[in-house]
Ligand binder design. Structure first.
Ligand code: GDP
Length: 195
């Protein structure tokens, strides 16, 4: 994928009507601070179009980025931010559910997990939530550059076990610093979604 044109086209909050897009959509989910904005900026070759949060958990919207008028990259709200009230969490959950349930064009969900840590209870919940909706998420293990090369395989195994991933799960380690993994993600999209 060669990025020619990127536009933040739609921003949806908890009460918004979600767009009925005609282009395919790929969605990105993950715990706040996992590196979702950095990944999305990296994929789009933009420095800061997706906000890189100083205050994690602040992104309370679903953002639709139109890429080349070919597809939408959908940034879902980050979950698991401790300072958010239960009531707020419920509202975000409903918004995500409304989107995953309602989108006619959603072709793939990328679930981001920090490669350094064992998946937490909320990662497991999100994984289950996605599979219950009928999707098999692609796992992006973020912040790859923070590990020593010798640690990588062990951490991949830890994440696979922590989420009980089926053997055929697509698993892509990514670094926003080196951009390792970027081409692999776009290749997946090119081969499976834009084919
Ligand atoms: P979000 O809350 O999931 O959108 O996470 P951000 O993209 O805002 O990233 C959270 C923090 O992690 C920021 O300080 C980023 O600079 C940092 N970060 C994100 N991705 C990487 C990465 O691949 N490598 C390193 N070293 N830091 C990262």
């Amino acid at each position: 994928m060669i990025i020619k044109n990127v536009e933040l086209e739609t921003v949806c909050g908890i009460t918004s009507v979600l767009p009925e897009n005609e282009l395919p959509e790929i969605a990105f989910a993950g715990k706040s601070n996992v590196g979702k904005s950095s990944l999305i900026n990296g994929l789009m070759n933009r420095k800061s179009l997706a906000r890189i949060s100083q205050t994690p958990g602040k992104t309370q919207t679903i953002n639709f980025y139109n890429i080349n008028k070919e597809l939408y990259l959908v940034d879902l709200p980050g979950y698991g931010y401790a300072k958010v009230s239960e009531n707020e969490k419920k509202k975000w959950g409903k918004l995500i559910e409304r989107y995953l349930h309602g989108s006619m064009q959603l072709k793939a969900i990328f679930l981001l997990i920090d490669i350094r840590h064992k998946p937490g209870a909320n990662d497991q919940m999100m994984y289950r939530f996605i599979t219950d909706m009928g999707y098999q998420p692609i796992i992006i293990a973020t912040k790859l550059d923070k590990l020593k090369r010798s640690q990588v395989q062990k951490h991949i195994k830890m994440i696979k076990e922590g989420l009980e991933l089926p053997d055929n799960t697509i698993f892509i380690p990514y670094s926003a610093v080196t951009k390792q993994g970027r081409d692999e993600i776009w290749k997946y999209v090119d081969d499976n979604i834009l084919k």
